[in-house]
Design a binder for this molecule. Structure first.
Ligand code: AHR
Length: 657
């Protein structure tokens, strides 16, 4: 397809840096915005979030349960737990458990005084001084055991808080207590002990912060939700990622096992547990405390459209490549139909009732579903076709997201696009984990895409500074700047690209498997990377309509100026929004011409810049690279602006017609 000259110019200029005589100063390029020639609508879903339970993103991350292996269901049932005291036994039993779906529990027998166990949490237990933590446990005792002491200890064994569970009975009963640590700690432990001789059995041990997002029981970690909300995301894709697929079909993500009472959600291995030999995480399992209901709530809380991705009868093709036979897909397709009912059905419908019973009588207003994650080949197309046939017939209102495979181009990619185009797919998910140079070189990728047919969901992307999924990748400014340049191309092509999300979202500094990640955290603190602030600027300054933009004015036309530009207008504020990436190490002055604009009254600039391409944010310097906002003086529809070296600038100009 021919490139449209006016609306889709990524970077052209009046002068180049190479080969130009140094005697005369080059003319500043002109950025011309066609304010009176609005183009495509920019959907509210344009910039969103990709969530996957990787890098301790859920358990140990945004899902703030402090006890690891709380139900003793890990294959090594004492994972995370250690005995304390010499005289006694800690064994695992499963006769007559309190929770049928998680049948194992701990039996503690003290033979001479204090004996018990201590839990290490997720690389330690994060505690804030004075904050309330709700402790709960199912317990039954033999009649001799009188009480259980519950204690919080810091890394140096200093006690931080304690409670006593009394009134033990011979029948299972849930006991609760509230602890308020006297001091904060990043790597505390939780100890449970019998203080006299006897036997007690314990299950579903929980230490849960009272302070969650929205003060909700089983709610999420507030600092991390705040970071997500501040991105103003248009959608939330969940639960992944490869985690949807599982290494084998039996370990695939099944949403129905992730709803209902939290203690009864059946534990499953996390597929990132042993994926990378260089980053093994043998204690990585999914408790599903963060399950589909919570994902829907989170979407609602942060104002994002929910986008659940479902297994399509294929286990990860990088692993077993196990396939559900085509004739056995009914169960998988039924899961999709039931999910739509769970999300949107009336509270009297079978699955809608489950949603209402969990506390949300109103529908979640689900509008799209992903069929498979990162699948490829004829096996995928055959399965997608079966899903689409049923879903389109029963739920034409639901858009389907399909997959173009793991790469940005190549045989698998072309095969998927050809076939999905034939099948009139709605949205095709493209993934690019590529070098920063690829992102710069591909800023015009979508200028040439066909304007008709399936739309694009840039569903997983992140610049890889060392190589795809290499553990030495960094979330530095070089990567973020390249992503920003690329994203101007997404926005300019909003008639083709409808959604985009960086991936992965979260990384625990002590427990990650994959890097780079958008947000890093430890047990108490968190920060947005430079890449985060790029996403945030695009999300917070998403216009509603694309405006044509050209960079030129002196016979340029090549990309030598390294300016990457997109423009839009915002219906609500009436502003013109210009996003400009200056990818060079020199400041760039440009003339800005708001063609067809009326009076210009005021402007603000939001600049994200660093002279050092290797610069990063960190827990100790979380906003070293963060947007700086300032007012700029603009007197007419034509004005000059100097774009800082290695910067992303968002200019918002008030435009009165
Ligand atoms: O984002 C990490 C992984 O990359 C995702 O799980 C998968 O879809 C892709 O291969």
């Amino acid at each position: 397809m021919k490139r449209t000259l006016v609306c889709l110019v990524a970077l052209t200029c009046a002068f180049g840096e190479v080969g130009r005589a140094q005697t005369s100063a080059p003319a500043a390029p002109t950025i011309t915005v066609g304010v009176d020639r609005p183009g495509a609508r920019i959907p509210s879903t344009m910039f969103g979030l990709f969530f996957e339970d990787i890098n301790f993103g859920a358990d140990g991350g945004i899902y703030p349960e402090r006890v690891k292996n709380r139900s003793f269901e890990f294959p090594d049932a004492m994972t995370g737990w250690k005995k304390i005291g010499a005289a006694g036994e800690a064994t695992i039993a499963s006769q007559n458990p309190p929770l049928k779906s998680n049948p194992h529990y701990l039996r503690l027998t003290a033979t001479d005084g204090r004996f018990g166990v201590t839990n290490e949490g997720f690389r330690g237990i994060g505690l804030a001084k004075g904050a309330a933590y709700n402790f709960s446990v199912y317990a039954r005792a033999d009649g001799a055991a009188k009480e259980i002491s519950v204690e919080l200890m810091d890394e140096n064994d200093r006690p931080l808080g304690a409670a006593t569970i009394k009134n033990l009975t011979t029948e299972w009963r849930k006991h609760t207590a509230t602890l308020r640590p006297a001091a904060g700690a990043e790597k505390a432990r939780l100890s449970l002990a019998l203080t006299n001789r006897g036997t007690v059995e314990l299950d579903a041990v929980s230490l849960y912060p009272a302070q969650t997002w929205g003060e909700r029981a089983n709610g999420l970690r507030p600092d991390l939700v705040r970071l997500l909300k501040d991105m103003r995301p248009g959608f939330l894709r969940f639960p992944g990622g490869c985690i949807v697929e599982g290494k084998r079909l039996e370990t695939r993500y099944q949403w129905k096992t992730t709803i209902g009472p939290v203690d009864e959600r059946r534990l499953l291995i996390n597929r990132w547990n042993d994926e990378f030999k260089h980053r093994p995480t043998p204690d990585y399992f999914q408790s599903f405390g963060l399950g589909f209901y919570e994902y829907f709530l989170l979407s609602e809380d942060i104002g994002a459209e929910p986008l659940p991705i479902l297994n399509c009868g294929m286990a990860c093709q990088f692993n077993s490549n196990e396939l559900a036979p085509l004739d056995d897909l009914d169960e998988y397709i039924q899961d999709a139909l039931d999910l739509i009912e769970f999300a949107n059905g009336p509270a009297v419908s079978a699955w809608g009732r489950k949603r209402a019973e969990m506390g949300h009588a109103a529908p979640f207003n689900l509008k799209m579903i992903g069929v498979g994650n990162e699948q490829w080949g004829p096996q995928y197309i055959e399965r997608y076709e079966r899903f689409a046939a049923v879903l389109k017939e029963k739920h034409p209102e639901i858009a389907l997201v399909s997959s173009s495979g793991p790469s940005a181009d190549g045989e698998r990619f072309d095969f998927a696009w050809t076939n999905l185009r034939r099948l009139k797919a709605d949205l095709i998910d493209e993934h690019y984990y590529m070098a920063p140079s690829w992102f710069l070189a591909n800023a015009r990728r979508y200028d040439d895409y066909p304007r008709q047919g399936p739309k694009v969901f840039a569903g997983e992307f992140a610049a890889q500074t060392a190589g795809t999924a290499k553990p030495t990748n960094r979330n530095n400014w070089e990567a973020a700047l390249a992503e920003a340049a690329f994203m101007t191309g997404l926005e300019r092509n909003a008639d083709v690209v409808k959604m985009a999300s960086y991936a992965p979202l979260f990384g625990h500094v002590d427990a990650w498997q994959w890097t780079p990640n958008l947000i890093w955290f430890d047990n108490l603190r968190s920060y947005g990377t430079p890449n985060y602030y790029v996403q945030q600027l695009f999300g917070a300054h998403r216009g509603t309509t694309v405006l044509p933009v050209a960079v030129g004015g002196g016979g340029g036309g090549k990309d030598e100026n390294n300016l990457y530009v997109s423009a839009s207008s915002d219906e609500a504020s009436g502003e013109v929004i210009l996003k400009v990436v200056n990818a060079t190490a020199a400041p760039k002055e440009a003339r800005i011409n708001l063609e067809g604009s009326g009076r210009v009254t005021a402007a603000r600039a939001y600049t994200l810049a660093s002279a050092n391409l290797k610069a990063e944010n960190s827990l100790d310097a979380p906003t070293k690279i963060a947007p700086v906002e300032r007012k700029i003086n603009v007197a007419s529809t034509q004005f000059a602006h100097t774009f800082a070296p290695q910067s992303l600038t968002v200019l918002r100009v008030s435009n009165k017609q």
